[in-house]
Design a protein. Structure first.
Length: 319
């Protein structure tokens, strides 16, 4: 069995995908296979993928109709041959030792999941880890069944994790929705025996100023996909994690509230109406949501998030 399968979903990433694939081929760990999934790109992305698959025996390229990242990732899992799977977005890249360190850590600690820290690339700038919810200055092993709150504290992003393939056997990423990671990553952590928390910066996340920033400033027509993702998460979530599911539901609904406040191309009235609808769902499902322990931790750690959310904790949104 191959040590690690690397799955790269891509949609119109001709500008960055060569650097991404090159960083994977340049890994110190050589016992890997690479699965490139084109999500119906309209540029030269798939042509570039084919170049690599023709010239490298351990690279497979496949093209799908455009259906979203969740479908592409699920297809990649079915093709993966590795004991572990690493997902890499096509505009991001790895350090040469990323897979070696994460794979060795998994073997040494008997962990089902290894998570690392990320470096955020904004143009020429190299910044900190925007994906890191859980804060720690050291590496450590988490026995998840004894530390259930970890699944709510840890980011549900898939890109900073190496995952034992066996865990993905009965779990799929959300298809045709935004926040597809949220529908599956907390479940993967809940079903794992151990997670190894690494502070090592081993993943380079590209924050694209021309697309990512604009997407965060314009109205998101799929804002209610958050509840589709959370509904899927509830279906997959093992018994005994009801409290953690509650925290995840609260925090990620409030992240969408925060997102709406940043929209520039939307009237204040429309924004308030959308926020009211999100919070009405939250109030109905968890009337005591503002007292949630993990939410209070997030508020204490994140000043900007706190400043936004504490307004709505006072109830003025019904005015």
């Amino acid at each position: 069995m191959t040590s690690v399968s690397v799955v790269v979903p891509a949609y119109n990433e001709e500008k960055y995908i060569r650097k991404c694939i090159g960083s994977i081929l340049n890994q110190i760990l050589k016992d890997i296979d690479i699965i490139l999934i084109d999500d119906g790109s309209t540029d030269k992305t798939f042509k570039i993928m084919e170049e690599y698959s023709k010239n490298n025996k351990n690279v497979t390229s496949i093209r799908l109709p455009h259906g979203g990242c969740g479908i592409a990732r699920n297809k990649g899992v079915t093709l993966a041959k590795g004991e572990f799977i690493k997902f890499v977005d096509a505009d991001d890249f790895l350090n040469p030792n990323s897979l070696e360190l994460m794979y060795n850590a998994a073997l040494e600690t008997d962990a089902d999941i290894v998570r690392c820290s990320c470096q955020t690339i904004v143009g020429p700038l190299k910044l900190g880890d925007f994906h890191n919810y859980e804060v720690s200055e050291s590496n450590y092993v988490i026995n998840v069944s004894e530390n259930k709150d970890f699944i709510a504290r840890e980011t549900p992003s898939i890109i900073n994790k190496l995952i034992k393939k066996e865990l993905l056997k009965d779990i799929k990423f959300g298809e045709g929705i935004k926040w597809e990671d949220l529908a599956s990553v907390p479940v993967l952590m809940a079903k794992s025996k151990k997670v190894y928390f690494m502070n090592d910066v081993l993943y380079n996340y590209r924050f694209n100023m021309s697309t990512t920033v604009l997407d965060n400033l314009k109205k998101n027509e799929n804002i209610n996909d958050i509840f589709k993702a959370l509904d899927l998460l509830k279906i997959y979530m093992p018994k005994g994690y009801e409290g953690q599911y509650k925290s995840i539901f609260i925090i990620h609904t409030l992240y969408r509230v925060e997102e709406i406040t940043h929209w520039m191309f939307c009237s204040k009235k429309e924004k308030n109406n959308l926020i009211s609808k999100l919070l009405e769902v939250l109030d109905k499902k968890y009337p005591d949501w503002s007292n949630d322990k993990i939410l209070q931790e997030f508020i204490a750690q994140r000043k900007i998030f706190a400043k936004t959310i504490q307004k709505y904790m006072k109830g003025w949104y019904y005015a």
